[in-house]
Design a binder for this molecule. Structure first.
Ligand code: NAD
Length: 700
């Protein structure tokens, strides 16, 4: 409890006034906090004993930024810009003292102070772009004055925070304070020794001078950033706002920033990204979990199989500081698997994303073994052996025999029935699916597959573990391919069908990359290896006329230098191949399908709408609890562009009556009855509703 109001405290330490913001969990800049800081500043202004001021937060956060619960509500004064102006107008120097995070509005608040100090471990950033917005309280105007245009643009357009150390290197922090000892006392001492004068950023040019002297600097700095940016509209607005900082006096620059901010708030891009944010938060709430159920502690993990997935899964544990036993069937396979892990860590060290010591510490957490007795200590065991039911059953029987009571027994299967695996154990309540995505140490999605008999505790444990290792867990039910792969197979089927009807691989891929995917299905297939799908079809008795023909012609993708595309000398640059076109046209002729020109809109709709239709069936069956869960799965596991909000959100935005009408047309033209609108989709369309209505109504 503060003495200004419930969340702000003011005390004097000699001639230094200390204003502490303490609104759990992260000092979000809600109305009460803004008002408290304003009042504290008024008191400080009137107090002749105060010569300088320290503004600080808690160990966790200086401030995490705007209070998202205020989004969409009528604005209440003082707004953040007014608080920042008050800081600048206070005739006494103010030092922002930063521990934990200073993000978004939190960093903008710190930029309103005359000096900034903090811990090396602090995180300072402007993540607004991740919601399709730009920093709207002067961030685009003040940050370039402190960091220079190039570094500031990097921070604003990536949305990624700087560490305190990096911030100090760039001049955003004036000094780093020691991690040990009383932080506030250290900040007060620093203020006494160094904060002699006002240094109001908005009143000077600071590091803008450099970019003013070099007319091309801004555009050069922006180029690469714009190419990589996911929220393209917002990224362009950020560049223009920084240009305004260069070209206009501060007040005009700030007005321009405000104008751009308001434009972005109502853009489709930002609406989709804000939806994505809320969808992810919603997915964290596990559906149908009885109250009071708690996750079991997980101190050690085990992974069975050190292949493509097993190695990556094990890395996740080691990266989170959890010791992990990794078991293989023979020494050669174990060595191969560990070799890949080793190479992965070496790459990270080379790239500078982790230090050599960190890599060594992580490697030391691996306990390789060939002996099931070694898994007895594990609190969770995840199998990632070949995708064969008989083998999986054998492995689960062994897990049952060797794992300690209460250990969660999980399968990383992509398609197979978790209930069948659970049935070979004496403890089906502890069995579930943990479906990671490739590369498993990178991709965020984790489908947690709840079996018929999975206990609430085991489920809660898998979800908690997923979060502890940095994943986005989404709970799904058992069916062929669960949520993601089940929908993906619809897209795959249509992709092949489009080739037979007249499209070429590059046209199909382009429809998806123009939409915002990083890769289309054929480029993706070539990257992963076409033999993977082929083997799966062989095992399941499926056929894909063109894909099979390519594999049978020795075109396995990048690894053989040719697949749907031909690959140049670097093995990566794809070019359309006349040989492939010949295979495709021959296949069309053999099937008696006349080829026709298919435009990009039809290609896109043929790929996406059947997936959405499958999503509707998945919802109706209760395999996914919420449409938002499906969207989260696609954004985090399949690179669905977040600025398009996920498949179910996208369908809502287009309008379900339109989606239903097009699906009906596709079904009638092709004779494929599975393309008819699923009952839930038809019903919602008729009722004028959408899949994601409940979340859309949330204030965004
Ligand atoms: P992989 O062939 O690369 O690895 C499988 C590993 O399991 C091999 O190293 C093999 O030696 C080992 N193994 C086989 N039998 C074993 C046994 N009895 N005991 C111990 N180890 C054994 O396969 P992968 O791509 O890593 O796939 C593994 C599982 O993950 C499959 O169920 C697959 O469907 C699933 N999966 C794969 C992907 C992907 O993109 N590759 C994505 C998600 C899930």
């Amino acid at each position: 409890m503060g003495n200004i109001n419930a969340v702000v405290d003011l005390r004097n330490d000699g001639e230094v006034a200390v204003i502490v913001m303490d609104r759990p969990p992260v000092n979000a800049l809600g109305h009460e906090l803004r008002e408290g800081v304003m009042q504290a500043l008024a008191r400080v202004a009137a107090d002749p004993a105060v010569a300088r001021v320290v503004l600080t937060g808690t160990a966790r956060a200086f401030s995490g930024g705007a209070d998202i619960t205020e989004f969409g509500k009528p604005p209440r004064e003082p707004n953040l810009r007014q608080v920042i102006t008050a800081l600048e107008e206070l005739p006494k120097p103010v030092v922002a003292a930063i521990q934990g995070s200073a993000l978004g509005g939190g960093l903008e608040l710190a930029l309103g102070c005359d000096h900034r100090v903090g811990l090396a471990s602090a995180r300072l950033g402007l993540p607004e772009i991740k919601l399709g917005l730009l920093p709207g309280a002067g961030g685009t105007q003040r940050l370039p004055r402190v960091l220079g245009v190039e570094k500031a643009l990097g921070v604003i357009i990536s949305g990624d925070p700087l560490t305190g150390t990096k911030a100090a290197e760039g001049g955003l922090l004036d000094a780093l304070l020691p991690a040990e000892g009383d932080f506030i006392a250290a900040a007060v001492s620093w203020a006494r020794a160094h904060a002699a004068e006002k240094r109001v950023l908005s009143r000077g040019d600071g590091k803008l001078a450099e970019a003013r002297a070099d007319a091309g600097l801004l555009d050069r700095a922006a180029k690469g950033l714009l190419e990589r940016a996911r929220a393209r509209l917002a990224a362009r607005a950020c560049v223009e706002a920084v240009r305004a900082a260069l070209d206009k006096p501060f007040t005009e620059g700030q007005a321009f920033e405000r104008e751009k901010f308001m434009e972005l708030v109502s853009s489709d891009e930002s609406k989709a990204l804000r939806y994505a944010f809320f969808a992810e938060r919603e997915a964290q709430k596990v559906p149908n979990l009885p109250a009071g159920v708690e996750a079991r502690p997980v101190r050690r993990a085990a992974v069975i199989g050190a292949g493509t997935m097993g190695g990556g899964i094990a890395m996740n544990f080691a990266n989170a500081g959890i010791p992990v036993t990794i078991l293989e069937m023979d020494q050669a396979a174990l060595d191969r698997g560990l070799g890949r892990v080793e190479a992965n860590y070496a790459t990270s060290v080379k790239r500078g994303s982790i230090t050599a010591e960190q890599a060594a510490r992580r490697r030391a957490l691996f306990q390789p073994t060939l002996d099931y007795a070694a898994i007895a200590e594990a609190d969770i065991v995840i199998e990632a052996v070949f995708e064969e039911m008989e083998l999986k059953k054998k492995v689960f029987a062994l897990l049952d025999a060797h794992a300690r009571p209460g250990a969660v027994l999980a399968s990383n299967t992509s398609y197979l029935d978790i209930n069948e695996m659970a049935a070979v154990t004496s403890r089906p309540g502890d069995v579930l699916g943990m479906h990671f995505f490739s590369p498993a140490n990178v991709m965020k999605l984790l489908e947690v597959v709840r079996g018929e008999k999975t206990s609430p505790e085991a489920l809660a444990t898998a979800v908690a573990v997923g979060r502890a290792i940095g994943k986005v867990p989404v709970v799904v039910g058992v069916c062929d391919g669960f949520v993601g792969n089940r929908m993906l197979s619809r897209r795959g089927g249509q992709a092949e069908r489009l080739l037979l009807e007249g499209a070429l691989p590059q046209e199909v891929d382009r429809a998806l990359t123009d939409f915002g995917f990083r890769m289309g299905p054929f480029a993706m297939g070539d990257l992963a290896g076409l033999d993977i799908g082929w083997r799966l079809r062989q095992a399941r008795g499926g056929r894909a006329i063109i894909a099979d023909a390519l594999v049978e012609a020795g075109r396995l993708g990048q690894k053989t230098g040719k697949g749907y595309y031909a690959y140049g000398a670097d093995g990566r640059t794809a070019t359309p191949d006349p040989e492939v076109e010949a295979i495709i046209t021959a296949a069309s002729a053999a099937q008696g399908i006349p080829r026709r020109a298919i435009d990009q809109t039809e290609i896109l709709e043929r790929l996406l709408f059947p997936m959405i239709n499958e999503g509707a069936r998945i919802l109706a069956e209760g395999i996914a609890a919420r449409a938002a869960d499906i969207d989260v799965i696609w954004m985090h596991g399949y690179n669905w562009p977040a600025f398009q909000g996920g498949p179910m959100y996208y369908a809502d935005r287009l309008g379900l009556p339109y989606v239903a009408r097009r699906l009906t047309e596709f079904a009638e033209r092709s004779g494929d009855e599975t393309l008819r609108p699923a009952p839930l989709l038809a019903e919602l369309a008729a009722a004028g509703r959408g899949f994601t209505d409940s979340l859309e109504k949330k204030p965004t």
